[in-house]
Design a protein around this ligand. Structure first.
Ligand code: NAP
Length: 525
């Protein structure tokens, strides 16, 4: 495939700006030759205006037409073939097995949304028929309008140009303007070409999809500030997500930002679990901490246990395993420098002991950081929120608690997370309830005797959590419910049947499940 290094705006390539940047191979630190052009303010505006124009058509498309379009996108991504895998591997160092699985998840996501749309009840039609003293009220979900999407660096497929935010926004019936991540610009351009082909094949308006390149905050800031953007999806750092949230909130007409940001994913291990399964838990934890070189938002970054000889043995075992595990490739220099900075600030705290690693690997010819295990006390975590910072890499921090009360007080002091995990034994169920409820208050997903990495794309999945894990804890960025970030309910009061959208008409011409006078039915009124 011929790459241009240009922006893709409503089906056309565009490179009006003089500022460029280059793709860097994290395994060799070599810079590729093709310059990628940062979008200009005028190009950002053109992309948003094209999305606004596209929305006036797409908002009235049937679920079936949008579902066919989502299937077409999946096919166009598959048609990119192994060239896509090779390109992403060159730009991220994530490796072909991981990227092959991620591509499957990405195309599967589009097809799953297609099925979800065809079933029809995602529109959530609710009808309260006219009663004495009460008008007829009928409600369903509608797309919000153009959505700005910020691609993540650590999932070049599943959370990037063709990621879950894009899939759910398009499924909702919203055009998208994607700010590509500068860590993998060539991969992003390949996806843009696939989207353009799908837009043309599906007969969708060209402004349905645009992709802007940029390394630096300007492109994103212009995008979020544009009044034509109605919602924002973001995956990345707390600092970036918070800046975008603040920018959207300070617009004359603020719009919601669905940002998924940092998380340390606390893991609590009981003494009984250690007595029964210390070896297995240690092995599972090390695999989870080092998976993808630790560059997962669900990486287990904080491990809480009560002090005991068995706990000390366990910590020593995890440390030994981490110290012999090979240092993996980090995505790019920004991530490597960022990790050096966050670990550096943590180890400067006198309450922190470094058990292994803790520093950059000198003279390495690839981007990396030493596998790191640190230890501190529960009192130290409670005294300093900065120890709850995400270390985005193969790093974890043990928190040794004096007793059950110390553990409970520490869990209470935790910030919001995507996940919380407990390892316990079945004969502890009577004692563990309070702790589980405490952990529930701190996360969007509670895991029993497992590990937080690995997020299934299924209806019941919740990938979100209280701030600072996200800016919208009532929503998810994985699974079918992600669509509701980009839809809003509209109620029709006493509107004549002929003017109602099909899902709300008396006859239920689409034959979909509706909540009619408080009873679910797929029948007519
Ligand atoms: P990032 O710095 O948050 O950047 C993500 C995207 O947001 C990029 O396109 C970036 O643009 C843009 N951006 C950042 N700050 C912005 C601002 N103030 N205004 C407008 N746009 C802004 O994330 P990253 O580059 O992927 O990695 C940096 C750090 O983020 C990592 O070291 C890690 O700590 C964290 N991270 C967390 C997760 C997670 O899932 N929790 C995932 C990835 C990264 P430019 O890059 O063009 O400036």
């Amino acid at each position: 495939m011929q790459l241009t290094g240009y922006n893709y705006i409503a089906g056309e390539t565009s490179a009006e700006g003089a500022e460029t940047f280059f793709s860097v191979n994290p395994r060799s630190k070599e810079t590729a030759d093709l310059p990628f052009h940062n979008a200009t303010a005028a190009e950002v505006a053109r992309a948003v205006e094209a999305a606004e124009a596209a929305f006036t058509e797409i908002r009235d498309y049937s679920s079936e037409k949008i579902a066919d379009f989502l299937d077409e996108i999946a096919e166009q991504i598959e048609a990119l073939g192994d060239e896509l895998l090779d390109c992403a591997d060159r730009e991220t160092g994530l490796g072909l097995p991981r990227l092959t699985g991620e591509r499957e998840r990405t195309t599967g996501q589009f097809r799953a949304f297609g099925s979800f749309l065809r079933e029809g009840s995602y529109l959530r039609p609710i009808i309260n028929s006219e009663q004495p003293g009460q008008p007829s009220i009928r409600q369903m979900q509608f797309p919000v309008g153009p959505v700005a999407i910020f691609a993540a660096s650590n999932f070049p497929f599943a959370f990037a140009v063709a990621g879950g935010d894009t899939a759910s926004a398009l499924a909702a019936g919203c055009p998208v303007v994607v700010k590509a991540h500068p860590g993998h610009p060539a991969t992003s351009e390949m996806f843009a070409q696939a989207f353009n082909a799908a837009v043309a094949a599906g007969g969708f308006p060209a402004g349905t999809f645009s992709m802007l390149q940029g390394n630096g905050i300007d492109v994103g800031q212009w995008l979020v500030a544009h009044d034509g953007i109605e919602a924002v999806g973001f995956t990345g750092s707390l600092r970036g997500g918070r800046a975008i949230y603040d920018a959207a909130a300070s617009r004359p007409r603020p719009v919601p930002v669905y940002a998924e940001m940092g998380s340390v994913n606390p893991v609590v291990i009981t003494g009984a679990a250690l007595a029964q399964r210390a070896d297995d838990i240690a092995e599972g934890l090390v695999a989870s901490i080092t998976m993808g070189t630790g560059q997962f938002c669900t990486n287990p970054g904080l491990i809480l246990l009560q002090d005991s000889p068995a706990a000390q043995d366990f910590i020593a075992d995890v440390t030994a395993k981490m110290s012999v595990a090979p240092a993996g490739v980090l995505l790019n220099e920004t991530i490597a420098r960022g990790l050096e900075g966050t670990v550096g600030r943590t180890v400067a705290n006198p309450e922190i002991s470094v058990l292994t690693g803790g520093e950059a690997i000198a003279d390495s010819d690839y981007f990396c950081f030493s596998n790191t295990v640190m230890q501190t006390t529960a009192a130290a975590i409670r005294a300093d929120d900065r120890l709850q910072v995400e270390h985005f890499g193969p790093v974890t921090l043990f928190v040794v608690c004096e007793d059950g009360a110390d553990l409970s007080a520490t869990v209470d002091a935790l910030e919001g997370n995507l996940t919380s995990t407990i390892h316990a034994e079945s004969d502890e169920l009577g004692d563990i309830g309070d702790l589980l409820h405490q952990l529930r208050e701190k996360a969007g997903r509670v895991i029993w005797n497992g590990f937080p990495t690995g997020v299934a794309v299924v209806q019941a999945m919740q990938h979100g959590g209280p701030y600072p894990a996200t800016t919208a804890p009532g929503t998810t960025s994985v699974g079918m419910n992600a669509i509701y970030r980009f839809m809003r309910p509209i109620a029709f009061q006493n509107v004549p049947d002929a003017l109602l959208p099909d899902p709300l008409k008396d006859a239920n011409p689409l034959g979909i499940m509706r909540l009619v006078d408080d009873v679910y039915t797929d029948g007519r009124l």
